[in-house]
Design a protein around this ligand. Structure first.
Ligand code: SAT
Ligand code: MN
Length: 580
């Protein structure tokens, strides 16, 4: 048990409400993990994969109606509706608690209640924050063990510190009609019922590390962001750290593990994180960042020897696969992996390409970060890594250039706030629709976006050496529908320009929408791309952009009086300059 009275009390209360058969306090030990895995193999929740090719790898098939985050039933429960903002679904905290109490009542009968103490970030980092998740799902326990620093060390920190995030989760009956993900920022509390899937159930991830943490970061003067963190090492051994925000399933994991093209001899990319970044001003005036997670929960489809060899290499041991297909010799398989032909699809049915893809488009792997060949030891550094550049990006077939730099921090905040992207399979709902996804935080900001942008703008007063801000788009298509930029490892060419800008080594072309690279400064040696295509990737279509600024203004307009004036002033400057 624990010496923390608040925690002991809470577990007792939840026990009385949910009435489990047993309560188990997780230590995170290997033996405990092994027992949970064996129990899941017995119950059929886990299927063992090919022991020779994939030792200690398991397949989990989720319920077929439980395959992604569910934004329409995800709520921010603040006493004032406006504090949640137009960017969130809102529910009154008292009403939400009453509703959830009804659902949790007796829901763990016949089950074990697991108490999971966890730490988001290195155990001894002042930037880290702790939480405790209570769940009735052993799948959640083994995933949380990979995704966070879970168990005794986390509990010891919780006992030393004041305050932890409380997360209560039950899979309930996995009924989509009885599924809710509730956040109570004022209580630092999460309640999730009716789903066993990823971001709905592994509460350390999106619920804690983004929704609750973003609200906490606002009051404490830091930032909790939906960003990967990479270190780029040049042949001289200098490392620049970059944090980059893209919506779910837009290639954050691939960028985080990028292998530079052959032309980049002596360059290395180090992976610090692939999804979440917590940043804080340091004494030197720079922003210092940690990855609060300890594992990757990545999208499987499309991961291959070509697109992400590092990811493929880390997935042949000690990994959990959720909703992928299986080959005849019991190896995990997904679309785009290799030429193998699967025999079973993610539903466990014989594979038939006409009926189903083998892997669900949002199928995932869970794996400890240490298994990644490009894993950076700096990911364990208590003080974090200093960030030189922040990169925003979306999935846009048209309009948005390959690369640009903001004119200032304020203009960079506008670039982030105006981000838009075509939707993906990471959330339920239509795929391929352009929606505004400011800072890639639309589904994850735990408070009113207007206040969030104000918080971003306030960093000019908090830190004297802020990172430069950039915007990229790997997803431009030509009139024939083909991607114009090769992407993946070749994105190194874009990152090289970003670093050159940080070092003051290249000039820019000033445009109305931002500072664009001179085409000659983008290294296309060895690339099969002509200067016309590169020119198109770097062009600014003033009339189409005027239209876009109109749409941005309309979008920002819904935030009313709460919207920071500075942001509108930046937008006005862009519009005026486009008209000229
Ligand atoms: O389901 S998760 O939120 O963990 C993954 C994602 O959508 O980015
Ligand atoms: Mn994500």
């Amino acid at each position: 048990m624990t010496s923390n009275e608040v925690l002991r009390q809470w577990v007792a209360e939840v026990g009385e409400l949910t009435r489990p058969d047993r309560i188990h306090w997780c230590t995170g030990s290997t033996e405990e993990n092994q027992q949970l895995i064996e129990a899941m193999l017995d119950s059929g929740a886990f299927l063992e994969l090919n022991k020779k090719t994939h030792p200690a790898c398991y397949l989990h098939r989720s319920d077929q109606d439980d395959v992604a985050r569910v934004e329409h039933v995800t709520f921010i429960c603040t006493s004032q509706r406006d504090d949640a903002g137009p960017n969130n679904h809102w529910m009154d905290p008292a009403a939400a608690k009453a509703k959830m109490n009804g659902l949790f009542e007796g829901c763990m009968q016949g089950r074990t209640l697991y108490v999971i103490p966890y730490c988001m970030g290195p155990i001894d980092s002042p930037l880290s924050r702790c939480g405790v998740e209570i769940t009735d799902s052993p799948y959640v326990v083994v995933n949380m063990r990979m995704m966070t620093r879970m168990g005794s060390a986390a509990l010891a920190r919780i006992e030393r510190e004041d305050g932890f995030v409380r997360g209560l989760h039950s899979i309930g009956e996995l009924d989509p009609e009885r599924r809710f993900i509730m956040h109570f920022p004022a209580d630092r509390m999460i309640q999730s019922f009716g789903s066993g899937y990823g971001g709905n159930a592994l509460l350390g991830k999106k619920c804690h590390a983004l929704r609750i943490a973003s609200a906490q970061a606002r009051t404490e003067g830091w930032l909790a962001e939906h960003m990967l963190i990479v270190g780029i090492e040049n042949p001289q051994g200098e490392i620049h750290y970059i944090a980059a925000a893209f919506p779910s399933a837009c290639g954050k994991t691939n960028l985080a593990m990028l292998i530079p093209p052959a032309e980049y001899e002596g360059w290395k990319v180090w992976t610090v994180g692939d999804d979440i970044c917590w940043m804080q001003p340091g004494e030197d005036g720079r922003l210092w960042a940690i990855n609060p997670e300890a594992g990757f929960f990545g999208v499987a489809p499309g991961t291959s020897e070509n697109t992400n060899p590092n990811a493929l290499a880390m997935l042949n041991e000690d990994a959990i696969f959720t909703n992928v297909g299986v080959t005849a010799d019991n190896q995990p398989w997904w679309e785009g992996k290799d030429d193998d032909v699967p025999v079973t699809d993610w539903k466990g049915k014989p594979f038939n390409a006409e009926v189903n893809p083998a892997a669900h488009p949002n199928s995932r792997f869970t794996v400890p970060m240490r298994r990644c060949p490009s894993y950076s030891e700096q990911a364990e550094a208590p003080r974090g890594v200093p960030i030189s550049a922040i990169v925003f990006g979306g999935r846009r077939e048209r309009l948005v250039p390959l690369l640009m730099e903001s004119k200032s921090w304020q203009h960079g905040v506008l670039l982030g706030a105006a981000m838009a992207s075509e939707t993906t399979a990471a959330a339920t709902g239509a795929v391929g629709v352009v929606r505004r996804d400011p800072m890639a935080m639309k589904p994850f900001c735990g408070y009113n976006f207007a206040d969030y942008w104000q918080h971003w703008l306030s960093f000019t007063d908090r830190a004297s050496q802020l990172p430069r801000i950039f915007h990229v788009n790997w997803f431009r298509k030509n009139d024939d529908g083909y991607f114009m930029w090769p992407g993946f490892g070749d994105n190194m060419r874009v990152l090289e320009w970003v670093i050159k800008r940080c070092k003051g080594e290249v000039d820019v072309c000033e445009t109305a929408i931002g500072q664009l690279p001179l085409a000659a400064d983008i290294n296309i040696n060895g690339l099969d791309i002509d200067s016309v295509t590169l020119g198109t990737l770097l062009e600014v279509d003033a009339s189409a952009w005027l239209d876009e600024t109109g749409q941005i203004r309309e979008y920002l307009g819904q935030y009313g009086d709460r919207l920071p004036h500075q942001l509108l002033a930046e937008l006005d400057k862009v519009a005026v300059s486009l008209q000229a």
